[in-house]
Write a protein that binds this ligand. Structure first.
Ligand SMILES: CC(C)(COP(=O)(O)OP(=O)(O)OC[C@H]1O[C@@H](n2cnc3c(N)ncnc32)[C@H](O)[C@@H]1OP(=O)(O)O)[C@@H](O)C(=O)NCCC(=O)NCCS
Length: 172
């Protein structure tokens, strides 16, 4: 398995992966899946802001993707990133999520960020909570009933992971 920077040509595969989870899951609070053009615009925005946008592939087939983005835009948040990770249906539990997250954590640490936040839709999302726990994230909070999707209230689970020295030293 190879984890690499995503390319413009990966967009249709990423759109298809994300569309599945928008339609069938509650990790994303989107209700309608974005077009290729919108996914390309979002990727470009991530890169233009200096964050990483990665894919995992094997034998030329895309298994999943992950990226970092600003957690919130007010400037005191600038050493904190939020991560997103999605793996194609049917290709779970083969290590793609772990490989993507390991590379994303390494890249964000090297850039000097100090905290990664996972904002996980659905407290029943055992796969995402399990993956983040396996990558060193700890529970940081639960926002009950923040979403309404598929006819039910959906919680938001917050998990955080220090990067580098975390809060043990000033960041600059
Ligand atoms: C969450 C997700 C990215 C995990 O990707 P994955 O490639 O299946 O995960 P991996 O195979 O790398 O698993 C790594 C570790 O995560 C944990 N994990 C993964 N799936 C799990 C599950 N269903 N239940 C509990 N723990 C799980 C395990 O510790 C696992 O290690 P192990 O297989 O050695 O036990 C994938 O399930 C997914 O795309 N889900 C839908 C979208 C989503 O929820 N994205 C996260 C948005 S915040």
């Amino acid at each position: 398995m190879l984890v690499r920077d995503s390319r413009e040509g990966d967009i249709p595969a990423l759109t298809a992966i994300y569309a599945h989870w928008v339609r069938h899951g509650r990790a994303s609070f989107e209700l309608a899946s974005p077009s290729d053009a919108e996914m390309a615009r979002r990727r470009r925005a991530v890169l233009d802001q200096g964050y990483d946008h990665l894919v995992a592939e094997t034998s030329g087939r895309l298994l999943g993707y992950a990226y970092a983005a600003a957690f919130r835009t007010r400037p005191a948040y600038r050493f904190t990133v939020e991560n997103s990770v999605y793996v194609a249906p049917g290709l779970h539990r083969k290590g793609a999520g772990r490989a993507l997250m390991a590379e994303l954590i390494a890249r964000c640490t090297a850039k000097g960020f100090r905290l990664m936040v996972a904002v996980i839709g659905d407290s029943a999302n055992a796969a995402s909570i399990g993956l983040h726990a396996a990558m060193g994230f700890r529970h940081a909070g639960l926002l009950p009933g923040t979403g309404w999707k598929h006819g039910q209230w959906v919680d938001t689970v917050l998990m955080t992971r220090p990067l580098g020295e975390g809060t043990a030293s000033p960041p600059e």
